[in-house]
Design a protein around this ligand. Structure first.
Ligand SMILES: [Fe+2]
Length: 303
């Protein structure tokens, strides 16, 4: 399978109203580790080789600040920047050296549904990256709300060179490598963050990781279950600000032979919301949380 222009989902930047509470949750309960710190900012890594998978920024209210994807080459990054500008996106920064501690070259732009995307190349990686049982090792996918899911899928395909993999009634799935999806677009009345999913090594790790969260006083908010498109195992949680975060694993690995399926082909039997039939109906608090993290107003220039 040939490498796509964007080849990796690296990290998410979140704005949070209480950085200390966020640090406690994402280190003690969620099991990330701090790799860099600045006034009002924290960068956290998982066990894999990405410099960080989550950046936290003190702000007045919670918001999705940016989603960062890695380009497969500098030329691919420049091409994406040109295509984004041609699509009518506001280029906020670059291509230029990324001021974040992960370094490399980046371009930052706001896509038409409002998500700020940072495309990086040559960013720092950890030499000790590895999968460790029961711990998140990288991001799996980011689910962002979109007013027009089909148009968004078209944007991610045409501008970022991602591949559409499935379209259910409420969601569109696009990939940038063998993972079935890296970005999910969820049908909503306004843009914003739906949820962030972190990859664990296997099903057992999702279950034991969920148990560690329960021990830390963080109950499972939805799941455990196995999703339809992507076939991944999931357990959803709420962070201290009701940002929805997911532990997942066993995401379907696909190549160019994968056959796209549409809304009429993705249906659950009555009463089911997952393959196993054990996930209860999604609680209203989770549904609300999935539409309650708006886009931020980052200028794209500051780290
Ligand atoms: Fe998810």
């Amino acid at each position: 399978m040939s490498e796509l222009p964007v080849c990796w989902l690296r990290s998410v930047d979140l704005e949070v109203p209480d950085l200390a509470a966020a640090e406690r949750f994402y280190t003690e309960a969620w099991k990330l580790r701090i790799v860099a710190r600045a006034e009002g900012k924290l960068w956290l890594r998982a066990t894999g080789d990405d410099h960080h998978v989550l950046a936290l920024h003190q702000a007045d209210a919670k918001a999705l600040r940016a989603v960062t994807l890695r380009a497969s080459s500098r030329a691919a990054l420049d091409d994406i920047a040109a295509k984004a500008a041609a699509w009518g996106c506001t280029i906020l920064f670059g291509p230029a050296p990324d001021p974040a501690p992960s370094g490399g070259i980046c371009v930052v732009f706001r896509e038409p549904q409002g998500t700020v995307l940072r495309i990086v190349h040559g960013d720092l990686r950890h030499e000790d990256g590895a999968e460790v049982e029961n711990l998140p090792h990288r991001l799996s996918h980011v689910n962002v709300n979109a007013i027009d899911v089909n148009l968004s899928m078209e944007f991610y395909a045409k501008v970022l060179g991602m591949v559409k993999t499935d379209r259910s009634k409420l969601m569109g799935f696009v990939r940038c490598n063998a993972d079935h999806h890296a970005i999910v677009l969820a049908d909503a009345k306004s843009g914003g963050l739906n949820h962030i999913a972190f990859m664990l090594p296997d099903l057992e790790s999702v279950m034991r990781g969920a148990g560690n969260l329960v021990d830390a006083g963080v109950p499972i908010a939805w799941g455990v279950g196995r999703h339809g498109p992507g076939n991944n195992v999931f357990a959803y949680f709420l962070d201290p600000f009701d940002v929805v975060v997911e532990y997942t694993s066993e995401v379907l690995q696909i190549d160019d032979s994968y056959v796209f399926r549409g809304p009429d082909e993705w249906n659950w039997a009555p009463g089911r919301t997952d393959h196993w039939g054990i996930a209860p109906p999604k609680p209203d608090r989770v549904k609300y949380a999935q539409i309650s993290t708006p886009h931020g107003t980052w200028d794209g220039v500051s780290p």
